[in-house]
Design a protein around this ligand. Structure first.
Ligand SMILES: Cc1cc2nc3c(=O)[nH]c(=O)nc-3n(C[C@H](O)[C@H](O)[C@H](O)COP(=O)(O)OP(=O)(O)OC[C@H]3O[C@@H](n4cnc5c(N)ncnc54)[C@H](O)[C@@H]3O)c2cc1C
Length: 595
């Protein structure tokens, strides 16, 4: 028998079934001095070096973009995910998250940086051979070589494996690459590309392709936003790629593409969280100074509602991001591996792929909400270019489209959970069966209001959210079996329920920890989590009702709806008062009050 109890690390998706304790969850309040220091470094870099030059970047000054990447490299920002043996800093994923959050305020540069660091350096670290790492990482890490990731084509975006770019093997083992890639970030000036293609007809493969091998860029796309980031097609005509430039293995490009996306989705969620925090500060400051009817607009209840809700949604995103980063780091630490070997990180990101998709979808949608309300709070000034509010909205819209559209990610969330359940890796089926039996028996749920302690009602509500999720997942699997993949509308509802469960629990556990540790403004943490859980109950109820009615009817539907009512008994709280407290604290502080 072990004498000490190590906290067990939840497996990916296990939160849907298992309860978690507040002290096992990583939160922003647990950041170390080292995390905070690198966060300050990234923030000062953005404030002092990037924001003043945003207009110049938007004029497509790619020499400046290159120079800024080099400056970021000088500060160590490119090496966070790279082991020390290859010239990186070998830091944890929480650090990666902190850096991404801070870069978010300069979205165009964030895209440039992301394509270089997350989509070129990370695949090399995770999948490159020793020789490839030694050849390419030094230049990428110093910023002398700029990277790009070329997966999409005009005919294959979501359906990435349908790529038509082909590589024909030559007698000397090299490849002749032909095709056209589309919408490639850094496409206009990158030096090294991770290009996905089909080798000899059907073997989906990633190749490391230097511009000097013959890559040509198409014209810059005229985009809605991200004007300071290069997006072009890549024209590949008889580009000769040496045999040793296969990244990983011929025919295993899907492994590279999907694993890199797991990581990139998580980081995109982080950028969205950071962008939301920055926009809240703009709204707070503007609403405090803009006067109408003789008073600051921040004194109006309608504005307080918006600011309060911006904080609530941002808090939930932040909470689930830090929780996920903590899980990934804990899993990497618990996996015996050499510090220079990327396989533990690779396995951890595969494990938490559902959570990465949730971070991407929830982050991008929360950010859209926050940025839209930021414009609304700015009124006419929000619609003109003198203020940054309209630029943020244009820049952020693509977050719901790239790194897998939100529809694709919503399909992946229940899809991956169900696949794990069927494989026996996640006890979702037995939990759904146990719930069915519980629902047939006498009521066992304590009514809301029983028991005491901080957030006791919310913790009970989360148990009921999970049971609701299990009920709908169980019925969907029973009703459609293997054909569930064809029932996209039901899958979307399942995804929305899962997103709300993970978000609500992450926010509540963080607020509980804040309260137990008496952190400054702990009462505001509690307000935030309570509002989120209150509204999540309404959303989960709506999704569950629609999904149930799509699957059953008549008496069966009536029975299921009765069970749903029994499960989801969440007493409404006074969200008006809570949002007012949050808004007042935000305006008083001039920004996000829970940082
Ligand atoms: C600014 C910008 C930068 C980009 N940078 C890069 C980059 O660096 N590298 C790169 O490789 N790509 C990049 N992309 C491409 C991006 O990843 C794709 O645009 C994205 O994957 C969507 O593909 P698509 O545009 O072909 O849309 P489509 O796949 O045609 O999708 C159109 C609509 O149909 C939906 N849809 C598609 N398939 C399904 C399905 N099976 N079920 C339900 N709905 C479905 C989608 O969700 C979407 O709503 C970038 C795009 C932009 C705009």
């Amino acid at each position: 028998m072990p004498t000490t109890t190590e906290p067990t690390i939840l497996r990916g998706g296990e939160w849907l079934i298992q309860p978690s304790e507040a002290d096992t969850v990583f939160t922003p309040e647990r950041l170390t001095d080292e995390h905070r220091l690198i966060g300050r470094t990234a923030q000062e870099f953005v404030d002092n070096e990037i924001l003043p030059k945003l207009d110049q970047l938007e004029q497509k000054d790619w020499a400046l973009a290159r120079d800024l990447v080099k400056r970021g490299a000088g500060l160590g920002l490119l090496g966070v995910d790279v082991p020390e043996a290859y010239g990186g800093l070998g830091l944890d994923k929480v650090t990666s998250l902190v850096v991404s959050e801070k870069l978010a305020r300069a979205a165009s540069f964030g895209a440039t940086f992301g394509a270089h660091a997350n989509l070129t350096i990370v695949p090399l670290v995770l999948f490159g051979s020793e020789a490839q790492k030694h050849k390419y990482l030094p230049g990428l890490l110093s910023g002398d070589v700029i990277g790009a990731y070329a997966l999409s084509e005009s005919g294959s975006g979501s359906d990435a494996l349908g790529a038509r770019t082909k590589a024909t093997r030559q007698p000397d083992g090299s490849f002749l690459l032909n095709g056209e890639k589309m919408w490639i970030t850094n496409g206009g000036f990158a030096d090294l590309f991770v290009v996905f293609c089909k080798v000899d007809g059907d073997q989906f493969t990633a190749l490391l392709v230097e511009r000097g091998f013959g890559v040509k860029s198409g014209k810059e796309e005229h985009k809605m936003g991200l004007h300071g980031s290069s997006t072009t097609a890549l024209i590949l005509q008889d580009v000769r790629v040496p045999a040793e430039n296969v990244l990983f293995e011929v025919g295993k490009g899907h492994k590279v593409a999907f694993n890199v996306l797991n990581f990139a989705r998580f980081k995109l969620g982080a950028m969205c969280g950071g962008g939301a925090i920055a926009a809240i500060a703009e709204s707070a400051k503007y609403s405090a100074t803009r006067r109408q009817f003789g008073q600051a607009i921040s004194s109006f209840g309608a504005i307080k509602h918006k600011i309060g809700e911006m904080v609530v949604r941002t808090y939930a995103i932040e909470s689930l991001l830090y929780r996920t980063a903590g899980l990934v780091d804990a899993r990497i630490a618990a996996t015996p591996h050499d510090a220079n070997d990327g396989s533990a990180a690779l396995a951890a990101f595969e494990e938490y792929a559902v959570e990465a998709s949730i971070a991407k979808v929830a982050g991008s949608e929360a950010l859209n909400y926050v940025l839209d309300e930021n414009i609304q709070i700015h009124g006419g000034n929000g619609y003109v270019r003198d203020y940054p509010a309209e630029r943020h909205v244009r820049d952020a819209r693509v977050n719901r489209i790239f790194e897998g559209t939100n529809e694709i990610n919503r399909l992946l969330i229940p899809g991956m959970l169900i696949r794990r359940a069927v494989k026996g890796d996640l006890p979702l089926i037995s939990a759904a069966r146990a719930l069915q039996e519980e629902l047939l028996g006498p009521p066992s749920m304590p009514a809301a209001g029983d028991g005491d302690g901080v957030l006791a009602d919310e913790r009970r509500a989360i148990i009921s959210f999970k049971k609701t999720a299990l009920m709908v997942f169980g019925l969907a699997m029973q009703t459609y079996g293997a054909k569930l993949i064809d029932e996209q509308e039901v899958l979307m509802h399942l995804a929305d329920i899962a997103i709300d469960v993970y978000s609500a629990e992450s926010a509540t556990l963080r607020a509980l920890a804040a309260s137990e540790q008496h952190v400054p403004r702990a009462a505001l943490h509690v307000d935030t989590a309570r509002v989120f859980v209150n509204d999540a109950a309404l959303r989960i109820d709506a999704s569950a009702r629609q999904a149930l009615a799509a699957m059953v009817d008549g008496d069966t539907l009536r029975t299921m709806l009765a069970a749903l009512r029994r499960l989801l008994k969440v007493t409404p709280i006074n969200t008006v008062a809570a949002r007012r407290r949050l808004a007042d604290a935000t305006v008083e502080r001039g920004g996000y009050p829970l940082a």
